[in-house]
Design a protein around this ligand. Sequence first.
Ligand code: SF4
Length: 295
Amino acid sequence: MDVPETFYSLVETVCRDLYIKSLKEIPPDVVAAIRRAAATETKEVAKRIFSHYIQSIELGRDKNMMVCQDTGIPIYWVDIGGNLRLDGAKLNDAIIRGTERATREHPLRSSIVSPLKRENRQTSTGEGIPVIKYNFVRDSDCLDILFIPKGSGSENMSFMKMLVPADGINGIKKFVLEHVVGAGAKPCPPTIVGVGIGGSSDLCMSLAKKATTRPVGSKNPDPQIAALEEELFDAINQTGIGPQGLGGNTTALAVHIESAWTHITCNPVAVNMQCWRAERRRAKIWADGRVEEGF
Ligand code: SF4
């Protein structure tokens, strides 16, 4: 089905709204996980931090305020329905314009700079930014856009290593635990720990980041990987790092692993953490102009 010209301006507006709304309304599964962690916490300082988190979540929702000051790196995953016939270049431009409009019209702090000159266009865009990843979905009639404003505190705690096959699963566990413990307070725990295993080096890191966007409580469909998620989750929460690294029972809200097949001589592993606010927002858009928003 061909999309009308108005489709691209709709995508632009939706992308603007995804950016702004994601900074103010925390996904319900994340809120529930924070409330659960707060209810079971035994350390006084951790209880106080959780009560600040909950207050920030409520202020964002009720007073239209940003939950955290960091507008992050804008990242979009775009699933294009196989039944849609659209102009990919126009779609890409619309997403970039939506990002720029969010920044100018709200206005938001533009957190994006060139890597060496540190030049800021004040639009949250630049070469390669926003990050936009495309995928194609068979038998679908809609465009499904998932957005995260990736905070720098957690993004700076990203790690990747090409282990060798002889390192096996134990090597993967050791790598994840060493880096989550080493990161300490920096990623603003409790985090969703995203782990990528397999693929090429770049795919492995992409898998780790995408893993952080899964709803808290979801499991990898592969039982062996789901068991590894649970084992790492228990181990990380025994470290006692706690919220903001000041000690407590909850260091991770979840551990999510995504995987891909790899080369016979490779055993890649990557860690990408999402901070406690774990903001994400999604919209499905149809050619007739219908839009469905969610998380
Ligand atoms: S890591 Fe997350 S919670 Fe911490 S300052 Fe950045 S966006 Fe805010």
